[in-house]
Design a protein around this ligand. Structure first.
Ligand code: IMP
Length: 434
């Protein structure tokens, strides 16, 4: 031990990548456990910017074990591109491991995602169009192609044929599309197999061995709690489980291997794609947050919807994930907004008041946030490296979050750079545990 799970406490894009990257320095292994290249994170290191969609944060530390777990869905074209990009920049990839059991996003999954959204028209989910949903659907239907299958051309061809059969009707508009050519697909994926073979591994033992030796293992989640297919704002969700429980399934460890669960939240809220968002701001303040926080998707470039921090939703995230601590990112983006508002309850369509996150989608879709005002601050906080360096209003904002959630704030982001972060003693102790 210790096993530490890092999850998004909101609708994704909370800045988990930077947090995992910082913790990775002390960890033996970082293991991504769900999602695919619908996720994206940016790490700013010195004057260099790195963008990843699949490779776990932590790869920038030489030789660090960075595992793409069995719960992840992998687009080999994207992964191959990321590997090439890192090699060009001389980044050591010797620690990269890809689970042989992870499922592959195939070219037809991209077409099915596109076709599915087109069919929904105005009711579309606003997916990232990366084929995530259709790939997880094939996994559940037992028609999935797994990483290990690309190592055997004959099996691969049989499996692709079987997977395509039930999709004929939906894909009939694409029959002449070269992306659906069976021979070409088999050839392409076999050659990916040759390239990636050195990285393909039986990955759960990596976690078991490190944990047995008392090393820190970081389980890296993608997306966020409210995009969870079971616990999020269904159907406006992703097709996997971004909640902490999925770390066990998606990495191959038992619940007793998890000692800490940290939820990452921005100091405000954002969401991409459609679906309920009770504390959303539709006015100039929403615009101001979008500009100040550069709230445009890493994966699709879409403008993110912005709103106040929502402690109703966060308290829900504390419960469904069993959060032991919270990390606040982008506190600096709130500088100059005074007063600050925080959603502390919802008012439903018929005037009913909710203190807890409503389970019923009709209520949630029409819910408005009830907010309280907290004092803002105007000082530049990007140089703060201790909580005590922050202006009293900023400390008051963090205190309010801790009291509302009943768990400690362990880290606070005050700027985009790797060093623009406040470590509390709790975070220092954990990352020093080796
Ligand atoms: P999918 O995961 O591409 O199927 O998209 C389903 C929903 O999840 C859409 O609302 C997406 O915008 C959202 N989504 C997926 N991945 C992310 C992410 O990494 N950050 C934020 N939203 C995401």
């Amino acid at each position: 031990m210790p096993g530490l799970v890092i999850v998004g406490a909101q609708w994704g894009d909370e800045g988990k990548g930077k947090v995992v990257d910082l913790l990775a320095q002390q960890a033996d292994a970082v293991i991504r456990f769900q999602g695919g290249n619908n996720a994206g994170h940016t790490i700013v290191l010195a004057d260099q910017t790195y963008k990843f969609h699949l490779i776990p944060s932590g790869i920038l530390y030489r030789g660090k074990l960075c595992v793409i777990g069995n719960g992840v869905v992998v687009d080999l074209r994207v992964l191959s591109g990321e590997i090439d990009g890192l090699r060009r920049r001389d980044i050591d990839l010797s620690g990269l491991r890809i689970s042989a059991n992870a499922h592959l996003i195939m070219p037809y999954h991209l077409l099915l995602d596109e076709a599915g959204e087109a069919k929904l028209g105005g009711r579309e989910i606003g997916t990232t169009r990366r084929g995530i949903g259709p790939c997880y659907a094939d996994k559940a239907a037992r028609l999935g192609i797994r990483v290990q299958d690309v190592l055997d051309e004959k099996i691969l061809k049989q499996k692709i044929t079987a997977a395509l059969e039930p999709k004929r009707l939906t894909l009939r508009d694409y029959v002449k599309d070269p992306r659906l050519d069976l021979r070409q697909m088999t050839e392409d994926y076999t050659s990916f197999g040759h390239r990636l073979e050195p990285y393909i591994a039986d990955t759960p033992p990596i976690a078991w061995n490190a944990l047995d030796e008392g090393r820190l293992v970081v389980f890296e989640g993608a997306q966020g709690t409210l995009l969870d297919i079971d616990h999020g704002t269904y159907p406006f969700v992703t097709s996997s489980n971004p909640v902490a429980g999925a770390a066990c399934v998606g990495a191959g460890v038992g619940p007793s291997s998890i000692d800490h669960v940290w939820g990452v939240t921005k100091a405000y809220s954002t969401r991409v794609g459609a679906g309920p968002f009770p504390s959303e701001l539709h006015d100039g303040l929403g615009e101001q947050l979008r500009e100040a926080g550069a709230e445009f998707g890493t994966t699709t470039g879409r403008a993110r919807r912005c709103g106040w921090l929502d402690v109703v939703a966060l308290r829900y995230a504390v419960r469904v994930n069993g959060l032991t601590a919270v990390v606040i990112t982008k506190l600096d983006v709130l500088t100059g907004i005074d007063p600050l508002r925080v959603a502390v309850g919802y008012v439903g369509p018929e005037g009913a008041r909710f203190k807890d996150f409503p389970y019923h989608q009709s209520v949630l879709h029409a819910a408005r946030a009830e907010t309280v005002d907290l004092p803002g601050w105007h000082e530049d906080i990007s140089q703060a490296r201790e909580i005590s360096h922050l202006p009293s209003a900023a400390r008051g904002y963090l205190d309010f979050i801790e009291e509302s959630l009943g768990i400690p704030v362990v880290m606070v982001g005050v700027g985009p750079g790797r060093d623009e972060i406040i470590w509390t003693d709790g975070a220092r102790q954990l990352s020093a545990a080796r």
